[in-house]
Design a protein around this ligand. Structure first.
Ligand code: HEC
Length: 196
């Protein structure tokens, strides 16, 4: 009788657990887990019941007893791992899903010392002054050369800096952007286009 009461109590606890677990704990006891623990509790209760009944013959040797323990352990751990794979119980935020815009990636390209843009250009009051201030480059880029869009002008000034030299500046900008991948170049252009 005591076994039945404990089993019922444990199962009730398992199914009521979501009420006590706050969202902040990061732990979520999913349905598969609750079903698993319920079955596990029932099974354990049944084992205890069997152990009590006199009809149960004890294991014949230590080997079989050990074997039985290992088997039960392996089976339950295996099932838990399987369940964890199917229904993860921890709600971790994956970094891969964090949204990063092309402009944000482009800012990283701009600030990369290997590209050295900031050595000659100022954005938000920081950087060198040998090249034009780029803090509002998106507002002037479309006006620099007639018939050239902001994106086209930016692309040209990155890949062929000498094709158009901004008045009162020297033609000293190296074609560093030629080394960038197509994606990095697009990101860099997206970043510069966001500087209105
Ligand atoms: C050695 C100095 C130097 C470096 C390094 C440099 N630039 Fe320049 N950049 C200049 C100069 C000088 C000009 C103006 C002359 C010209 O148009 O070529 C210029 C022009 C530009 C323009 C056009 C600006 C306008 O007002 O029309 C853009 C955009 C630009 N650079 C972006 C970059 C980016 C992005 C990088 C990094 C990948 C970079 N530059 C690296 C010196 C540099």
């Amino acid at each position: 009788m005591r076994i039945i009461i404990s089993v019922v109590l444990v199962i009730a606890l398992i199914w009521l657990s979501p009420l006590f677990l706050s969202d902040e704990s990061g732990l979520r006891l999913g349905l598969p887990y609750r079903v698993f623990f319920t079955l596990f509790t029932l099974f354990t209760g049944f084992l205890f019941y069997l152990l009590r009944s006199p009809a149960m013959s004890p294991f014949k040797s230590t080997k079989t007893a050990l074997g039985a323990v290992v088997l039960v352990f392996a089976a339950s751990v295996g099932l838990m791992v399987l369940l964890a794979a199917i229904s993860p119980q921890f709600a971790f935020e994956s970094k891969a899903t964090a949204t990063v815009t092309p402009a944000e990636r482009g800012k990283i390209v701009y600030e990369d010392p290997n590209n050295g843009c900031f050595l000659c250009h100022v954005i938000d009051k920081t950087g060198g002054t040998r090249g034009p201030d780029l803090s509002h480059i998106a507002s002037v880029a479309g006006e620099r050369r007639s018939g050239m869009s902001t994106g086209d002008y930016l692309k040209e000034s990155l890949l062929q800096p000498g094709a158009y030299v901004v008045p009162s500046y020297d033609n000293i900008m190296p074609p560093v952007a030629q080394r960038l991948s197509a994606e990095q170049l697009n990101d860099l252009i997206a970043y510069l286009s966001s500087l209105k």
